[in-house]
Design a protein around this ligand. Structure first.
Ligand code: R5P
Length: 323
């Protein structure tokens, strides 16, 4: 029970600081200053409040492509990288079966799915003017036919900071994937959990700045707290500039390490708030060295040349230690 002050002398003088108005500071993260406390706190676990950036380690690829190269044994290949990530992007299956519950890293939980890389194409077969035809319907990206893949209670049980949902703007399932995202935003925002809309690219979707501006902005307008998109050499700054919430980049297919580090550096300089990278780290010849070099670019202010030197030094240290 709170004590009751009986006389002015038996306690320290109260100080109301009447001359100092309480500050109402902004928040370090783009577009996030008006969120509630819980959501801001969760986003502060994903993005480092010191610089507003993140290195998310993406290894959710198995949700549609099974044992992806480098992820055959997540316990062997990903756990050694965990200490160097700010956030782990993964499926609930891998989280429960492999990731120690003692991890202190933020969780970006895959929340959409339901298709696989061998989903059948939607095709039409028939006859036209006496000729047999087989046509694929434009825009029917088989992978885009996703649903939401977990409930909000499951996300809470797994202590997710942010939920990741694929959005296929321009595909025949555009509306459905946007509905998946808005449903998750409605559910997640009730509990202060964030939603990250992931720009999916497919045959029907052009990989250019105009497309990425459209897709990222639509997701932000419909409530995504963070958007994940690919880096582009041309016009990436126009994408980050007109998206009112943070953008993180996917790494995409494996590149030579120096090129991947240049991509991270350029993305950060052109307004990205970090990376959500997978194959360029776990498919590297030296994944821990690459992870630390990416950290060096994103949080340490290293340029690509310095980061590549760091990568090579760490890689050769490991080789020496093995001898
Ligand atoms: C996205 O759809 C996947 O689930 C990955 O999270 C994403 O592609 C990032 O991984 P990567 O850097 O390998 O492209």
């Amino acid at each position: 029970m709170a004590d009751i002050q009986t006389s002015a002398s038996d306690k320290k003088e109260k100080e109301y600081f009447t001359h100092l108005p309480q500050e109402a500071p902004g928040f370090f993260l783009k577009g996030s200053h008006q969120y509630d406390w819980g959501l801001k706190n969760r986003l502060s676990r994903v993005f480092n409040p010191k610089d507003g950036r993140t290195v998310m380690l993406a290894f959710d690829h198995g949700y549609f492509q099974g044992p992806t190269t480098g992820l055959e044994r997540v316990d062997q290949t990903i756990l050694p990288l965990e200490p160097y990530a700010d956030c782990l992007m993964l499926t609930r299956g891998i989280q429960r079966s492999v990731i120690p519950a003692s991890t202190t890293k933020a969780i970006a939980l895959r929340a959409s799915g339901g298709t696989s890389m061998i989903s059948p194409m939607e095709e039409w077969e028939g006859e036209l003017d006496g000729k047999k035809l087989k046509l694929s319907r434009p825009g029917f990206e088989p992978l885009s036919n996703e649903s939401t893949a977990l409930t909000i209670e499951e996300a809470i049980r797994l202590n997710a900071s942010i939920l990741a949902v694929q959005v296929f703007v321009g595909s025949a399932y555009e509306r459905q994937s946007l509905k998946n995202m808005t449903d998750l935003v409605d559910a997640a925002s009730r509990y202060g959990i964030g939603v990250m809309g992931v720009v999916a690219v497919g045959r029907a979707m052009a990989r250019n700045a105009q497309y990425f501006r459209l897709a990222t902005r639509i997701m932000a307008e419909l409530g995504a707290n963070v958007v994940k998109c690919y880096y582009l050499e041309e016009g990436f700054d126009t994408i980050t500039s007109c998206c009112p919430v943070p953008i993180v980049i996917a790494g995409g297919k494996k590149l030579p390490e120096l090129d991947a580090l240049k991509m991270c550096f350029n993305a950060i300089n052109e307004g990205a708030n970090g990376v959500d990278m997978g194959r360029n780290i776990f498919q590297s010849d030296a994944p821990v060295a690459m992870m630390r070099a990416v950290q060096g670019v994103v949080h340490g202010g290293l340029n690509p040349k310095k980061a590549f030197e760091m990568y090579n030094d760490l890689k050769s240290d490991k080789k020496k230690a093995k001898k």
